[in-house]
Design a protein around this ligand. Sequence first.
Ligand code: 5GP
Length: 249
Amino acid sequence: MAEQLLYEGKAKKVFATDEEGVLVHRYKDAATAFNAQKRGSWKDKGRTNATVSSTIFAYLEAHGVLTHFVEQVDEAAIKTRKLEMLPIEVVVRNIAAGSLAKRLGYEEGTKLKAPIVELCYKDDDLGDPMVNWYHFRELGVSDEDLEFCEELGLKVNEILTPFFDERGVTLVDFKIEVGRDDDGRLMLADEISPDTCRFWDKETGEKLDKDRFRRDMGGLVEAYTEVARRLGIMNEMENVATKGPKLVQ
Ligand code: 5GP
């Protein structure tokens, strides 16, 4: 399969393929935080995130969520549908942490009365600010698209909260993105992984996500690997995620 580099992002490279409307996302071991002011990388991050994200996308597809996921190509790469991305980051929260804890003055770990959805304008130069529907209308985003984003965020949360709970992980919050295909269909895109979610061990509260990098806590390989292990996609012998989603049920 011929692959032509279209775009290199902070954590992945995106390639065109010779299949019409299909891209390959190749996950890197690199990590950034705080709008790329902090940089790092660790072993097997790309492979683990690609496999965790594939597993979650396949699970969501099996539960009625349309996504860009086509198939996992190898341990670090995923075939996706080519989409026109909305300039939106949809954040859904079950427990106060990170910027919400600061915004509301809540102690981190406070359970929210109901899930909170936030829409952020995806723009690195601006630091992805949270904005409201009026701002998005000004930016040319339709109300229908905003409604889709909020409903999708809540639906993904409804499916993934029990999925992780059964695997001993609390889904604290997460970020998703949405894109539109050539037929005008909106769908879930980007990735769902320890880079884009807060995962806390249900028993101990231990952080199993990118906050360990953001907050210099160490134990990154172990935390990301543990998420893969909880999803049952870990090859214990090699200590890396194995190829392919296996969890659709
Ligand atoms: P917060 O707003 O508290 O920093 O983040 C809320 C949730 O969304 C966290 O799970 C965080 O990982 C995710 N998130 C928000 N913005 C981004 C982003 O630009 N990149 C990534 N990887 N995750 C984000």
